[in-house]
Design a protein around this ligand. Sequence first.
Ligand SMILES: CC(C)(COP(=O)(O)OP(=O)(O)OC[C@H]1O[C@@H](n2cnc3c(N)ncnc32)[C@H](O)[C@@H]1OP(=O)(O)O)[C@@H](O)C(=O)NCCC(=O)NCCS
Length: 225
Amino acid sequence: MARRRKAPSAVPPAARTDSSEPSLDDDVQAPPVEAIRVRRMHRRDLNRVWEFLKLVFRNVNRQTVEYQRPRSKQRFEEQYDDEGIEQLVFEVGADIVGYAECAFEVTGSDNWINPRYFDTRDMRPLFVEELASHPDYQGRGVGSFMLEQLQHLARIRGCTHLVLEVAENNKTALAFYKKRAFQKLDAAIFMAQKIPNEPELLPPRTLNPRHADGAPPPLEPDAER
Ligand SMILES: CC(C)(COP(=O)(O)OP(=O)(O)OC[C@H]1O[C@@H](n2cnc3c(N)ncnc32)[C@H](O)[C@@H]1OP(=O)(O)O)[C@@H](O)C(=O)NCCC(=O)NCCS
């Protein structure tokens, strides 16, 4: 959980007056100066980043058909050793406030992307696999900084596009991307058709009355073959 730091006082204690009168300086505090830094993820960060992603996507995943974060921790850990994947951690002080992951190739056995789509259009995409900012820091420019970092990577590695997948009902993220000139590709939409619900087993049925002498009832004429 990210903790906000106490704002430092504008005046160091030694420089304050000894007067018992309250000084204006006692009330005026300099705004906290917070900077966001980016670095590559280390192996030792794996657990913290996984917990961070669970926190960020907890609410998002409740709303969407498809998981919007890595499906399993095992897969997340395997990706660390994948050379084609960049995993970036964004920090304010010691707190993780953002995580971005991108790949230069279509990776993973569970991937549904068809690379030929991009080849035939002369697109060299950088696939954005993950973009997440801490809920306490959303709306403060973390997402924009992360995206700028990915655009920068794409440019210097010769990619022509950032490509990502976002659920249509992830309204915040969708608005964020649209505002930043992302355009919809030919993407799948999840569809469902309601099937009328019937029980698999038939309901109870009334038995024919027992025959008086215990013998089975005679067959109907057209049933005699
Ligand atoms: C999408 C996401 C990465 C954006 O990150 P962010 O740190 O909020 O990004 P920014 O602060 O740079 O910009 C957020 C925008 O929302 C606005 N905003 C204002 N108040 C906000 C608030 N309380 N919370 C979120 N956004 C707010 C910002 O002003 C900004 O508007 P703009 O698009 O007009 O510039 C972030 O919402 C997120 O991690 N969501 C959950 C995970 C997710 O869905 N990821 C995408 C999966 S594809």
